[in-house]
Design a protein around this ligand. Structure first.
Ligand code: ACO
Length: 359
């Protein structure tokens, strides 16, 4: 039997920090409100391209797996903030990495994109279509976040996380999965017009940022993340007490806490880093997984659950049996270049663009 083991992991966060105190200067909000309602203290803002972050995360994941990029069969890049409509961002990443023997494709399921991609890549390996796949979640949400709109400015940031999947005969990796969507609810979380639905011409700032009906999305996120998480635990033949670590999408600390309560999971068995990065959409789960490994929270043979929810409205859950290795084989010194710009200089194009909207 063929299985797909996670053998490498990595992350990349831009150095520029947008803290709650900075947002207090931009919109009518407060550190206390943001902390109490979301758990977020800071997010990162990219000054370079999204695939620069993806490349750095991927180089760390490749090093951890002890692989070179030319050994990859496929690159799957999960994003809802692609660099262009044509080509897919995965093509830019393939070129940066010189993954000369790989195919490459994007997968967009919004905040569920990484878990969708992980499940898809695992299935391809199990089916014999590939032996080594790089799966990346990367977002430059600062391109589609209006940092003058307090409903969304507080939530979103930029970042990337990556894993390497390799074929093995050991019964590890994806044990059960669920993919879901309710496409009748797209208006609850969307960029109203920022694709081919628009008319040809310059982007309109009024319709090019993420809009969110927060309470409704919150309610659905709690329901679908807890229901799909419970389903994959049961389908894997596990009980909730046997789950060693839940690695959830990081959208709101209160969503994570509510999902843990509904699952009946011991609260010490969840990984959360939302305070540091906010919601980086498809990047949250691989960044969280990488940090959980770095912090010694994953042991050989552990039972993990990935669960995510996002625009679409999509959700996805995976029951994952960890393999035998929790230490990287090699390390990489890849990093996002430091910028000389101040936070406000990095944010200036965003603020200049969205200032044209009537707030
Ligand atoms: N600062 C201060 N006050 C605020 C802010 C702010 N940034 N934002 C809203 N308020 C006010 C509102 O105006 C409202 O005031 P009122 O009572 O006088 O009318 C009050 O605070 C409460 O507002 P709510 O919207 O009810 O606040 P809520 O507790 O629901 O928190 C939030 C809002 C954080 C957006 C939450 O609803 C949420 O996290 N929703 C889910 C987001 C999510 O799950 N996203 C998932 C995927 S994202 C993706 O796919 C890209």
């Amino acid at each position: 039997m063929r299985y797909a083991d996670i053998t490498g992991w990595g992350k990349a966060l831009p150095p520029t920090v947008l803290a709650n105190a900075d947002l207090e200067q931009l919109v009518d909000t407060s550190d206390d409100w943001i902390t109490a309602r979301t758990g977020i203290k800071e997010r990162r803002i990219a000054d370079g391209e999204a695939t620069e972050m993806a490349e750095v995360a991927s180089r760390h994941a490749l090093a951890a797996a002890g692989l070179e990029a030319d050994q990859l069969d496929l690159v799957v890049l999960a994003t809802c903030s692609p660099e262009s409509l044509v080509p897919a961002s995965a093509s830019y990443l393939q070129a940066r990495l010189e993954a000369v023997n790989a195919g490459a494709m994007d997968l967009n399921a919004n905040c569920s994109g990484f878990v969708y991609s992980y499940i898809t890549a695992s299935a391809l390996i199990k089916a014999g279509a590939a032996n080594r796949i790089l799966v990346v979640g990367v977002e430059k949400l600062s391109f589609i976040t209006n940092y003058l709109d307090r409903n969304t400015a507080i939530l979103f940031g930029d970042g990337a996380g990556a894993v390497i999947l390799e074929v093995t005969e050991e019964p590890v990796g994806l044990m059960a999965s669920e993919l879901g969507v309710d496409g009748t609810t797209t208006e609850l979380l969307c960029t109203p017009v920022d694709g081919t639905r628009g008319v040809p011409g310059p982007r309109d700032p009024a319709t090019s940022s993420i809009t969110l009906q927060g309470q409704e999305v919150f309610r659905r996120a709690v329901t679908m993340m807890s229901e799909s998480g419970a389903a994959v635990v049961s389908d894997a033949g596990w009980t909730i007490d046997q789950v060693d670590l839940l690695v959830p999408h990081q959208a709101n600390r209160r969503i994570i806490d509510a999902v843990v309560r509904r699952l009946g999971l011991d609260p010490s068995r969840v990984f959360a880093n939302i305070h540091a990065y906010g919601n980086t959409s498809a990047a949250t789960v691989p960044i969280a997984l990488t940090e959980a490994l770095e912090q010694g929270m994953v042991a050989p043979g552990n039972k993990l659950v990935f669960v995510a929810f996002g625009g679409g409205l999509t959700w996805a859950a995976a029951a994952v049996k960890w393999g035998s290795r929790i230490e990287p084989i090699n390390t990489s010194d890849a990093s996002i270049p430091k910028t000389d710009k101040s936070l406000m200089e990095v944010l200036k194009p965003n603020l200049d663009f969205f200032r044209k909207v009537d707030h």
